[in-house]
Design a protein around this ligand. Structure first.
Ligand SMILES: [Fe+2]
Ligand SMILES: [Fe+2]
Length: 166
């Protein structure tokens, strides 16, 4: 059984994720390529790994699931142009947060999870344990999804570090 099918069978996870996954606006992420797969599946995997770790550590699993599911909820497609793609690396958490507020009325904690998931590339700092969990899980899942994309992400991190150091 593949990972996505296994995730769909987890009742506790799905009770929080399903209202988002079945929403007509969120379903649009199924047709957007993201790290070589779909943005929809990427979001499901990040949310699920975040949920399992949150559960293990006794954290707020609902916030981890909702924040994780919505962390990349923006509908702009991947761009082949490296400059605009790099800009999108920094900008997309804000777009995702705005969409999450508009369509799902997310809490302040969930908003921070979404907005800080690209830390330290973006300047919004994770304020909760769940936000730290989601930002780490996003990087783990992204690296598992595509070597070339991971390389691109790594190069942005290196750029950030170089700017940070000087
Ligand atoms: Fe993202
Ligand atoms: Fe992501």
């Amino acid at each position: 059984m593949d990972l996505i099918n296994k995730i769909y069978k987890d009742k506790e996870f799905m009770s929080n994720a399903q209202p988002i996954l079945s929403h007509k606006e969120f379903i649009k992420t199924k047709s957007i390529v993201h790290h070589g797969g779909t943005r929809f599946n990427h979001s499901v995997k990040v949310a699920y790994l975040s949920y399992r770790i949150s559960k293990l550590l006794g954290c707020d699993t609902k916030a981890a699931i909702r924040g994780g599911t919505l962390h990349d909820f923006f509908l702009i497609r991947d761009d082949k142009n490296l400059v605009s793609e790099t800009k999108m690396f920094v900008k997309h958490p804000t777009l995702a947060k705005e969409n999450a507020i508009n369509y799902f009325g997310v809490t302040e904690k969930e908003q921070n999870i979404i907005e800080s998931h690209m830390f330290p590339v973006s300047s919004v700092v994770p304020k909760s344990k769940e936000a730290w969990i989601v930002t780490i899980c996003d990087k783990i899942i992204a690296m598992s999804e595509g070597v070339s994309k991971a390389k691109a992400q790594l190069s942005v991190w290196i750029l950030f570090l170089i700017n940070f150091i000087k």
